[in-house]
Design a protein around this ligand. Structure first.
Ligand code: SME
Length: 162
């Protein structure tokens, strides 16, 4: 049984991420199916931050990335490496912050509400597993603080759950 969680939104962004990290570590369980874990991971992020309008995984199958568990509007199902923000992050293996998605070369429009985006690559034992993609309907919604904490939470996911 999962208890409902509440993160006080008047706290600093750092404290909200710290509380979220603790909740995610308690919520995910390596004995559960990976789909269940990834689904709850996206729900926890969406529930915590009002600035997120879409959050989800694109998983690498050795050739391309395909849509995984997500929260938000329907989205494109396949992304090639090197294409869009997600494919660029996957290929470079670096987190990418697109402050204005319309200025990102080759940005793939899935939800026209999305104005900015952060994508974190998921690498385990030097292998690309996929990416975590987070969109906002506001411009410039993500910064180095988001990058630091999201990379930390994704690292937990990679080390303990994948
Ligand atoms: N905008 C992404 C595509 C995925 S959607 O945002 C859900 C991109 O350019 O890679």
């Amino acid at each position: 049984m999962v208890e409902e969680f509440v993160i006080e939104k008047t706290q600093s962004i750092q404290k909200q991420y710290e509380d979220l990290s603790t909740i995610i570590k308690g919520l995910l369980n390596k004995n559960d199916n990976i789909l269940s874990n990834l689904s709850n991971f996206t729900a926890a992020l969406k529930q915590t931050f009002d600035k997120i309008n879409w959050v989800g995984f694109y998983m690498f199958d050795g050739e391309k990335m395909y849509l995984g568990p997500f929260q938000g509007k329907v989205a494109c199902t396949q992304i090639k490496l090197g294409k869009g923000v997600c494919g660029t992050s996957a290929l470079s293996r670096k987190t990418i912050i697109a402050a204005d998605v319309n200025k990102f070369p080759g940005h793939i429009v899935c939800d026209s509400d999305s104005k900015s985006e952060i994508v974190i690559p998921l690498i385990k034992n030097d292998k690309l597993m996929g990416v975590l993609d987070i969109d906002s309907a506001s411009l410039n919604a993500f910064d180095e603080t988001d990058k630091k904490y999201l990379e930390y939470i994704c690292n937990f996911l990679i080390e303990e759950i994948f």
